[in-house]
Design a protein around this ligand. Structure first.
Ligand code: CP
Length: 308
């Protein structure tokens, strides 16, 4: 791997190799295990042009556990506010010795632009990890979600998985669906109102449900999505209460899934909008383990990009 920009098009062998590489890293950080030296002497630049709690922090923890130097660019106080372009900013960070960029950006394709620029300027040794670009892709979220499913369900090839809510504006959903289909999940369901699903959603290889109760029947995994209001300029939105009534995951709706179904959410959650607190904090939820697994998965991605 030179960069990790998307999961679409990556073969099952690479996805599985990342999950397998992550497995022993779940132990790193426990008291008895020391830091690993795999990124010693490397500088990882976290460049987040959009807010983040989980992704930015777990990338930082992961890089530090691999012994990298981590530099977090505070974009809101950086010179981008004085008109400096993305590529000029990147050139300056390269001049400071960057070996890897972890980039989040509101514009779909921004990490591709960065990777292309590095190639065009002869800096192929610098890797780019997409930490979420617009509504396009969030590959490490997709990977940590696959890790979580494999941890709890062991085998992808006998599962029914439902992705529920605002798929249209969700980079997480695109990465999840790409990974689920590549890893051989026989039935991926997408559940949501027509207005929040892409018009060509069937081309993603999924079964579409506009009735949440129908869609949840017998599923093994429920992956909830929040309403991504920040990407809905001008859209006529239902109120939170209206949305919750029809599309919120309540204990009563979850009872239609298999009794041992796991409930996932990439975060941030909006309680009382797409998910009831009784579900978010209930026995089927694996939402916080997802966050923890994210550290190991990001360690795997960064160590593989560094050639290990
Ligand atoms: N899941 C996710 O990307 O969360 P953050 O926006 O907090 O990073």
């Amino acid at each position: 791997l030179a960069h990790l920009l998307t999961l679409e098009g990556l073969p099952a062998s690479i996805l599985t190799a990342i999950l397998d590489t992550a497995a022993p890293f779940t132990e790193v950080g426990e008291r008895e295990v020391k830091k690993l030296p795999l990124l010693r002497g490397k500088s990882v630049f976290n460049v987040f042009f959009e807010n983040s709690t989980r992704t930015r922090t777990t990338f930082e923890i992961a890089a530090k556990r691999l012994s990298a130097d981590v530099i977090n660019l505070n974009v809101s106080t950086s010179s981008t506010s004085k008109g400096e372009t993305l590529l000029d900013t990147v050139d300056n960070l390269c001049a400071m010795g960057a070996d890897m960029f972890v980039m989040r950006h509101a514009s779909s394709g921004a990490p591709y632009l960065l990777a292309q620029h590095l190639r065009a300027t002869g800096r192929d040794h610098i890797s780019v990890v997409n930490a979420g670009d617009g509504r396009h892709a969030h590959p490490t979220q997709g990977l940590l979600d696959m890790y979580t499913i494999r941890h709890y369900k062991k085998d992808f090839t006998n599962l029914t998985v439902a992705v529920v809510g605002d798929v249209l504006h969700s980079r997480v959903a695109r990465s999840e669906i790409a990974a689920l289909t590549t890893l051989g999940v026989p039935e991926v369901r997408v559940i949501g109102p027509k207005t929040l699903l892409p018009t060509d959603v069937e081309r993603m290889g999924v079964r579409v449900f506009h009735d949440m109760r129908e869609g949840l029947k017998g599923v093994d995994v429920v992956m909830m999505l929040r309403l991504q209001n920040e990407r809905m300029q001008g859209a006529l939105l239902p109120s939170s209460q209206e949305y919750f009534k029809v599309w919120g995951l309540t204990p009563e709706k979850l009872a239609l899934a298999k009794p041992d179904a796991i409930v996932m959410h990439p975060g941030p959650m909006n309680r009382g909008v797409e998910i009831d607190s009784a579900v978010a904090d209930g026995g089927n939820a694996v939402i916080l383990p997802q966050v923890t697994f994210g550290i190991a998965v990001r360690m795997a991605v960064m160590s593989m990009l560094a050639g290990h």
